[in-house]
Design a protein around this ligand. Structure first.
Ligand SMILES: *[C@@H]1O[C@H](CO)[C@@H](O)[C@H](O)[C@H]1NC(C)=O
Ligand SMILES: *[C@@H]1O[C@H](CO)[C@@H](O)[C@H](O)[C@H]1NC(C)=O
Ligand SMILES: *[C@@H]1O[C@H](CO)[C@@H](O)[C@H](O)[C@H]1NC(C)=O
Ligand SMILES: *[C@@H]1O[C@H](CO)[C@@H](O)[C@H](O)[C@H]1NC(C)=O
Ligand SMILES: *[C@@H]1O[C@H](CO)[C@@H](O)[C@H](O)[C@H]1NC(C)=O
Length: 331
């Protein structure tokens, strides 16, 4: 009887572990770095002010909606800074927006540093995920080519939500193998993934650059001219994911006439991507060694500005100055 009860308790404990998502090592309270970018597309909202980088607040809220906290990551820093970023955070998000990758000290250069360091961690047995949305997905390919080549092609699909065209075998991908049935049904049949881009990546251009051995294309769509582009992809070996669409806008952008999907089902798809990625980050156990450095580094130290009256897309932006970069060095 006692033995029987012992087995039952072990069984129960195992059951809880499985129910909790097989969390063995890692953290229940992940902190995710979000890369900032040059201000090309937002500078006109602030005619009398000059900022050095920004992050659209929707990306921050998206991660927060999945149960994460955020640390802003600066452009134009040295390798040591980006090493601290990876060492202290549980994952990274490269947001959408608009910039050139070839700028010295810009988003492309920062993404390349961070990507290389993240892969090094993974190679050393430390699970460290990265997510890229829109420009962020494109930056993943720039980084995968070690910052040597911008392989984006011209493409146009704007102000529109579409269903995803899934590629063969998507069911066995990391990104979609555990997706709930109702969410996959929505992704396949409803106008729920929001597109707003003038560049994209295609299977052909990945093939030309020998990237298909490393990357698995999970879904595609066609642009206004019938060009098939990559809508979702993941690295075959590392926990690195990219989507061309904007899950964060379903939840957090509201400008009228832009076609943002806000239906119950569309929000559920967006929430799936947030939950998925935050859960990936929970598998990592990195963290700040110093609590005061942690609290000084969190995005809570900054206030987003309401830009909805000026911007065609963004309700709120975090804007930063070089002085902020200096003050929040994760030191
Ligand atoms: C910007 O500065 C100009 C000239 O000083 C002024 O007329 C204008 O009202 C200012 N705009 C804002 C938004 O503060
Ligand atoms: C970066 O790329 C843009 C667009 O292709 C180009 O106009 C610009 O001259 C390039 N800048 C540098 C520094 O190469
Ligand atoms: C990536 O580029 C950097 C210089 O930007 C170079 O030091 C490094 O060796 C390159 N890595 C690979 C794997 O080619
Ligand atoms: C999706 O949007 C297109 C127009 O862009 C429309 O023709 C189609 O009926 C919509 N599909 C659904 C399922 O709402
Ligand atoms: C990485 O972070 C740990 C604490 O989380 C710290 O002990 C270690 O010194 C850090 N390493 C580097 C290279 O910053």
């Amino acid at each position: 009887m006692e033995i029987f009860r012992g087995f039952f308790l072990i069984f129960l404990a195992l059951g809880f572990q499985v129910a909790a998502g097989k969390q063995r090592v890692g953290t229940e309270t992940p902190i995710i770095g979000v890369l900032s970018q040059e201000t090309y597309i937002i500078s006109s909202y602030f005619p009398n002010e000059t900022y050095d980088s920004y992050i659209a607040a929707s990306y921050v809220k998206h991660l927060e909606s999945g149960g994460a906290r955020v640390v802003p990551v600066w452009i134009g820093q040295n390798e040591d800074y980006y090493r601290r970023v990876v060492n202290y955070t549980n994952g990274l998000l490269f947001p959408g927006g608009g910039t050139y990758f070839n700028e010295t000290g810009g988003y492309g250069e920062a993404a390349t540093h961070l990507y290389n360091i993240a892969l090094e961690y993974n190679d050393n047995g430390i699970y460290y995920p990265i997510w890229g949305s829109c420009l962020g997905l494109q930056a993943l390919m720039y980084a995968a080519l070690n910052g040597t080549k911008d392989i984006r092609v011209d493409c146009s699909l704007k102000n529109i939500a579409v269903p995803l065209e899934f590629s063969d075998g998507y069911q066995s991908s990391k990104l979609f193998s555990l997706v709930p049935k109702d969410v996959i049904q929505t992704l396949k049949s409803k106008n729920c993934t929001y597109n707003q881009h003038r560049y994209c990546l295609t299977k052909a251009v990945l093939k030309e650059n020998d990237l298909l051995n490393d990357w698995n294309i999970l879904a595609t769509n066609k642009d206004d001219n019938g060009l098939e582009f990559i809508s979702a992809m993941e690295h075959r070996k590392y926990p690195v994911y990219g989507v061309q669409f904007h899950p964060e806008k379903n939840q957090f952008e509201f400008k009228k006439g832009k076609g943002f999907p806000h239906s119950f089902d569309s929000i559920k798809t967006a929430q799936y991507f947030a939950n998925f990625f935050v859960n990936e980050c929970k598998k990592n156990a990195n963290g700040f060694s110093d609590e005061s450095v942690e609290s000084e580094s969190l995005i809570y130290n900054f206030n987003p500005k309401y830009t909805g009256l000026k911007s065609a897309y963004y309700e709120q932006l975090y804007v930063f100055l070089k002085e902020d970069f200096r003050k929040h060095q994760l030191l």
